[in-house]
Design a protein around this ligand. Structure first.
Ligand code: FAD
Length: 427
């Protein structure tokens, strides 16, 4: 053992692992941070499109609104222990300037995610965390109900064992596997007796059942402020209002990310379809009245021109097709039935069935180590002493908005703090 005391081994140098390692080390513990890849904070680097939506503004209770009730209950103690304003203070203390968007998301002003990671690295260095890159953790050993060692492998070398008094598992989820997260933590947790809640995509794009021509025609079109709805057996079960982007495979953007988890979950039971309300601020009746006005004012103009004022030009043909209206139809010839079909489509344009919600493309995954077997006050396993879980490896998935990094930072902080206190008490 080093002069600073027993080993706390933190596995995974993402948001949770960085903060866990820093917190434990700054309390005087000897901390070794094992990272599979060649850098820390890979997902932070790609977060918020490289800008990093660090956390969410408001009270702790506001932050907790970004999670499902059981998840919010679980992370509440940690989020009070290491609050969003403390996260920001930690970064601004070292020169980061931040601003809050009207929707509550907090970003660096001119700097980027790179600067956020650089600052976090400074904290690790100041606290003398021993960071070991290209250390691929293979498993965790337990002796007499308590963690005893971490097994790891370096490239081209044999598997080795590192004695540990506490192990903090921060190996993340399984989206963006190229960034290093391949669900390894769940395997170790399962082997050690933990239940893993079924993993599904969350904050992910949605792939639709589209023919190539339609996909190509729509790809790249952005819709501003629409309502995306998901239906199962004809019944709506999820909706999100914001922007939407058509991709080559289907749809993406905030609306899609917002409902993707519920869509992925519901698809286990059968077919899910999507539809868009393209004019969410207008009721069916108001839109009908506007259509009638247009018809009476411009009877000789194409009805396509009316639609063009509502949706991006490249979508006009698709809308007319969906309403079974000919492209050369003039307004004066729009009869009542046709008008109703058009308004119906504008208020609920069907995108057809969902093909899949690709788990690996999500910003996070839902599911993971069951919250029922981890103590929310300490993040320690109820099954194995000295074992901690924090961040995305847990069954937690917040909304878009900085919530997920906040959950990782807060749970990491508490795990690091508890591990340091408990380990010292033991020795
Ligand atoms: C594209 C994208 C954009 C995002 N944008 C935002 C955003 O703006 N705001 C926000 O709040 N959230 C955002 N998120 C989500 C957020 O990044 C994650 O929720 C958060 O990083 C999870 O932190 P974590 O520490 O639990 O896991 P991760 O950050 O995934 O870190 C896990 C670490 O463990 C390492 N590891 C895995 N297995 C092993 C092993 N066997 N041995 C050793 N090391 C291992 C990995 O290499 C990785 O470094 C985004 C995610 C993505 C993919």
């Amino acid at each position: 053992m080093g002069s600073k005391g027993p080993n706390i081994v933190v596995v995974g140098a993402g948001a949770a692992g960085i903060i866990a390692a820093w917190r434990a080390a700054s309390m005087g513990a000897r901390v070794i941070l094992l990272e599979k890849t060649v850098r820390i904070g890979t997902k932070i680097l790609i977060s918020g499109g490289g800008k990093c939506n660090i956390t969410h503004a408001g009270s702790v209770e506001d932050v907790l609104k970004g999670f499902r009730p059981n998840e919010a209950r679980f992370i509440r103690p940690a989020c009070y222990r290491f609050r969003n304003d403390q996260v920001i203070e930690m970064l601004t203390d070292k020169g980061l300037e931040v601003y809050t968007r009207p929707d509550g998301r907090i970003f660096p002003v001119d700097q980027t995610a790179k600067d956020v990671v650089a600052i976090l690295k400074t904290y690790l260095e100041e606290a003398e965390v021993d960071i070991r890159y290209e250390h691929f953790v293979k498993g965790i050993d337990v002796k007499d109900g308590r963690v005893s060692a971490v097994r790891y492998q370096k490239p081209g070398a044999e598997e080795q064992s590192l004695p540990a008094d506490s192990v903090i598992v921060c190996a993340g989820g399984s989206s963006y596997p190229n960034s290093g997260t391949t669900g390894d933590g769940w395997q170790w947790a399962r082997t050690l007796g933990h239940s893993i809640v079924k993993v599904t995509a969350a904050l992910a794009p949605v792939y639709l059942t589209l023919d190539d021509e339609t996909a190509t025609n729509r790809s790249g079109i952005a819709l501003r402020d629409c309502v995306l709805k998901a239906r199962f057996g004809g019944k709506e079960f999820a909706r999100w209002r914001d922007d939407l982007l058509f991709t080559h495979q289907g749809v993406s953007g905030p609306t899609v990310l917002g409902i993707s988890r519920e869509v992925a979950e519901r698809m286990r039971d059968g077919e899910v379809t999507l539809e868009i309300d393209l004019v969410p601020d207008k009721t069916f009746e108001v839109l009908t009245a506007e259509t009638l006005t247009y018809v009476s004012q411009y009877p000789k103009r194409l009805i396509a021109t009316f639609v063009d004022e509502i949706v991006p030009s490249r979508l006009v043909d698709g809308i007319l097709d969906a309403a079974t209206l000919p492209k050369d139809l003039v307004a004066g010839r729009l009869d009542k039935k046709s008008r109703n079909r058009l308004v119906t489509v504008l208020k609920g344009w069907s995108l057809g069935p969902v093909r899949t919600v690709p788990l690996e493309k999500g910003e996070v995954v839902a599911g993971g180590v069951s919250l029922d077997e981890v103590d929310p006050q300490t993040l320690q396993s109820d099954i194995v002493a000295g074992l901690y879980f924090c961040g995305e490896v847990l069954d937690i998935a917040g909304d878009v908005g900085g919530y997920n990094l906040q959950a990782a930072f807060a749970t990491g902080y508490v795990a690091g703090e508890t591990a340091a206190k408990t380990t010292f008490k033991k020795s």
